[in-house]
Ligand binder design. Structure first.
Ligand code: SF4
Length: 60
């Protein structure tokens, strides 16, 4: 599975970065982005999707 972040929905809470630090990072605008070398197998992406408070993470 791969995921993407819907930037307009992201409120910058950082939960996804804590859940999957090998996939997400915060950019200078305090929005979550996908790392260029994201390791999508490194964590539970379903957990990241489920825990995002604004449903900003979607399966790609
Ligand atoms: S969990 Fe959702 S709202 Fe929070 S930083 Fe990640 S994408 Fe943004």
């Amino acid at each position: 599975m791969k995921v993407k972040v819907i930037e307009e929905k992201c409120i910058g809470c950082g939960v996804c970065v804590n859940t999957c630090p090998e996939v997400f990072e915060m950019n200078d605008d305090n929005k979550a982005i996908i790392l260029d070398d994201a390791d999508f197998d490194s964590c539970d992406l379903d957990e990241a999707i489920d825990n995002c408070p604004t449903d900003a993470i979607e399966e790609e």
